[in-house]
Design a protein around this ligand. Sequence first.
Ligand SMILES: O[C@H]1[C@H](O)[C@@H](O)[C@H](O)[C@@H](O)[C@H]1O
Length: 655
Amino acid sequence: MSRKQVDHDYNLRSMSNLMGERRKKVSDGGERSLIKAPSNASISSQGASAGASTAGAPAAPAAASSSTTTGDLERAARKQFQQDVTPGFVYVLAAFSALGGFLFGYDTGVISGAMLLLKRELDLSALWQEVLISSTVAAAALSALLGGFLNGLFGRRVCILLASFFFAVGGVVMSTAPGKEVLLAGRLIVGVGLGIASMTVPVYIAEASPPHLRGQLVTVNTLFITGGQFTASLVDGAFSYLQRDGWRYMLGLSVLPAVLQFVGFLFLPESPRWLIQRGLTQKARRVLSQIRGNQNIDEEYDSIKNSIDEEEDSGGEGPVIWRMLTYPPTRRALLVGCGLQMFQQLSGINTVMYYSATILQMSGVRDDRLAIWLAGLTTFTNFLFTLLGVWLVERVGRRKLTLGSIVGTCLSLSLLAIGFLMTAQHSPPVTFHPLDPSMANSTCSKYQLCEPCMLDPGCGFCYRENASALLASSCVPVNKASTERAAWGRCSNSSLMRDQTYWAYNYCPTSYSWLVLLGLVLYLAAFAPGMGPMPWTINSEIYPLWARSTGNACAAGVNWTFNILVSLTFLHLAQYFTYYGAFFLYSSLALLGFFFIYGCLPETKGRRLEEIEALFENQLCSCGASDSDEGRQVEYIRVKGSNYHLSDNDASDVD
Ligand SMILES: O[C@H]1[C@H](O)[C@@H](O)[C@H](O)[C@@H](O)[C@H]1O
């Protein structure tokens, strides 16, 4: 946003905030809801309206008495804008927190490259490989749930310190592991750190950010996740040349950012919202002043304090999750938060990323090393388009960004599926049936086409190629120790492979690979700016303070659980429904996700965290109908005394 435009927005929104104050009627008690009627000004400036309203605008209705002139308002707005410069400290705080995201991406991404070396050096069976990969995600799912409890009890800062401690210890254990059992212990420790970091970091950043920057700063955390995945693929590429102990460096390098984060957080403050909730009000004021620079923090402080008092007044019995489920607004928020995380994973991101090396091989990249490096290009594309998300989130808002992203995701998944379908329909035939030297009758020899042969995990396709045709193609068993070659015959040994003899495992040579490649690039371009980061960003802001840790814990738990579910079922899905079947399924799930998001996700852009609960007052999944209400802003003022609920009567408060 240009400076000029910012200036313009600030004037408008500040004026609209101050004028909003005029509409607040002082009553003799109770809680008032104010609905500002949409005006062009408030619609265009809605993105940051709440941000400005926190900055120095006095809370008392008397502040803008009916005698206030437009000139006064303009002067006040200008003054407010001058004060409202975001201090650099918030950026430092966000960057150190987002190192948690970096470690999330690095530790989940690095294992695929490390595994290529590990399985040879530690002689890992397929089961052990699976266990080493999935254990981290499973531990993350459990610890994310536990993280909710820890967050409420010890605060965000301690949890982030704990997570970076786990990351560092896990990294040391893995890189020095004498055998697979210790390695597994290291992977589990890292998983515990991952779960805690994944649910705490977005909350911490959201609670420390001013509303007009919140979306952007929380989305930076996902940018760091994808940055971590990209770095991991580079590290994998570089150390894959080191056949002995290369994996130790790959896994151990995560210690550096973990230590950096730990040290940084020794000096960073606790979230002011958590401090107020704990009654540490002086400390909270100090932290707020520190992170808001020279701005007036009174209104923000009061607004947080009021909402906490309200929560305490309204009481509520039993564990937080029970209170969330029995109170309609938080129940709806939880459903939306968990649904978003579920659909993120059901859109198949981790399958697509994992499978990208094979997609590239299909496209004719035959050299394994080159395929590893090119897979880095996939993670880089994911990173690059997440950057676009950081740029867009405060401009177009969460709702439109997520909707646009899931439509693109759904279409590109269909394109991927069509690419696989064409590949399957033009599958090359098996023309050569060599005799198995061990005389064992493997199932591979029964296949007449490449497609069923490659879908059988025990077989691969061995063929020769000259300029335009495939020659002497056979379906033979895969080597049990390495899927990079056949168990016997021409493709079993690189020295035996004469010129232009190739081994295709998991894919078939095809002339439709360009379609699949196009699908892959479009998929990342669509998914990464919206469906990648928004579930994390939105979850960090939709729950009231008392429910925030638990809500984020549940949603992160759902994310990790579906992550593991999708990764573990992909190969079976492909085996039973073929690749195009699997991708059509993901595409249909993304379509379902679209309807869910369209109906249920309200816009949270620019609102104060304390205001967002009100967006879930309405029946769940009535958001599609309220698209036109985006310019409306609901505000609560608490006036000491009895509470009353949002009702139709409130509409009478509108001038
Ligand atoms: O938001 C992130 C991001 O999109 C990553 O690329 C993906 O691997 C994670 O599973 C997801 O939670």
